[in-house]
Design a protein around this ligand. Structure first.
Ligand SMILES: [Ca+2]
Ligand SMILES: [Ca+2]
Ligand SMILES: [Ca+2]
Length: 295
């Protein structure tokens, strides 16, 4: 027998002036006693009603149920199903102790202590309700339940169900995992959509939409004319990526004409040096531009 025990009054049970009565009204964790000279704290509050005995004087009632069971917590198993939590959501956890007589009891506060060992949980309530933080990618967490110096642990996964909700990177139109991958966890002003920390021609949002690194001054989207034959012009887009819509526009007089859309398209695969043909370019000179937007 080691450690604290969960039953009080056992030393008094042999006294002729006391009787042990079951005490279902006590619930878990309460302080019980006979009001004068017997008093103790339950060491573990999750025992089912009726399994904790109360010492009382006089013996007005004799509803014997369980008396004087002694136990140690041999092990704790933490249960929670399913083992995934969507970010921002909650999951009810339960800690089950196996006692040294091989019975099992569900533990509860205050004898049971919850803690988050690692991972993005904002906390666990005293009743075992775990709340997941926002994440930028699926993330593992480990929770622990402790009682009487015995620990039980459980691994859970917080699922990333919203790609743009992570801390200081939330709601800015850039995927949080892309921002964390290039700029680390927030806050980082360099990660803002309109920032251009590599001082190339394009801001971060454009770099993302065109599939280029926002931290490499030598890597950025380029549009070029690779061939002209009469009114037929071939354009090259340095790279096209899935998830982005490309819009090709043309005009003749940059001072007077509006841009006219020639085509727009998306791609299923990342392609380099993607060629686009304009078969009917008018006039002695003309200009092109390409716009990008989320697909
Ligand atoms: Ca998220
Ligand atoms: Ca974001
Ligand atoms: Ca840039």
């Amino acid at each position: 027998m080691t450690g604290a025990t969960g039953v009080l009054g056992q030393s008094n049970s042999a006294s002729p002036s006391y009787k042990l009565l079951s005490a279902p009204e006590l619930g878990g964790g309460g302080q019980v006693g006979n009001g004068s000279d017997i008093r103790g704290e339950l060491a573990l509050g999750g025992l089912a009603a009726g399994s904790v005995s109360r010492v009382t004087a006089g013996g007005a009632q004799e509803n014997f149920n369980y008396i004087g069971q002694l136990y140690d917590v041999g092990g704790i198993v933490v249960e929670g199903s399913p083992s995934t939590i969507d970010e921002g959501d909650t999951r009810q956890l339960q800690a089950v102790a196996t006692l040294d007589d091989l019975t099992e009891v569900v533990l509860s506060a205050p004898e049971l202590k919850w803690s988050v060992l690692s991972g993005p949980l904002s906390g666990i309530s005293s009743s075992g309700l775990a709340t997941a933080d926002s994440v930028y990618a699926d993330a593992a967490v480990t929770v622990q339940a402790s009682s009487q110096g015995v620990n039980g642990q459980l691994g859970l996964t917080v699922r990333n169900t919203n790609g743009d909700d992570f801390g200081g990177y939330a709601g800015d139109g850039l995927p949080d995992d892309w921002q964390v991958g290039h700029f680390g966890e927030p806050p980082n002003a360099d990660a803002a959509p309109q920032a251009n920390p590599d001082f190339d021609p394009y801001d971060n949002l454009t770099e993302f939409l065109t599939g280029y690194s926002p931290v490499d001054a030598g890597a950025f989207f380029q549009l070029s004319i690779v061939d002209t034959m009469g009114s037929r012009t071939t354009l090259a887009l340095s790279k096209v990526v899935p998830g982005t819509r490309y819009r090709i526009e043309r005009r003749n007089d940059p001072a007077a004409d509006p841009w006219v859309e020639l085509m727009n398209f998306t791609t299923l695969n990342e392609l380099f040096d993607h060629l686009v043909e304009d078969p009917n370019a008018p006039g002695p000179r003309w200009f092109y531009r390409v716009g990008v937007e989320p697909e």
